[in-house]
Design a protein around this ligand. Sequence first.
Ligand code: FES
Length: 173
Amino acid sequence: MRETGEKEASVRAIIEELCVDGRKKPRELIPFLQKVQARLGYVPAEVLREAAGVFGVPEVEMYAVATFYHQFRLQPPGEHRIKVCLGTACHLMGGQRILDWFGRRLDVREGQTTADGKFTLERVACVGCCALAPVVVVDEKVEGKVSPTRADGILLSLGVKPEAMKPKQPESA
Ligand code: FES
């Protein structure tokens, strides 16, 4: 994870870059947000505030756009990103169950980061390994044919303690 100072410097650099470019058109907003997220891993509130003036739209509209599109994250990603594929093949092979399983184990919903900042749980579209469905991408590593038991193994390998994986509701492996 980046240091706070480094992040603040990146935010400032992006804002300065915007100001140099001058006023932007609202239709350039989504590509701009994509650029911010590609660079920082998320879209910080400071950027939305500053960019409202540059795009000539109210701040509330900046938030509305950023929260409407599923692709934008408004919080920094966790140390580890667990992306569960819900493309057609993975969905048919139980991808949703795996996503729910991780969610219960980590006590987060899709798109959220755990309170300790360790894990972000996301859904992704087909990652191109359909023969291995259901597929999970952990950081950049592809895990195929993931079962609930395998999901637990992944969490253990990432340092989650067994006692921390107590489910919030009844489950069956
Ligand atoms: S649908 Fe999941 S890898 Fe293709």
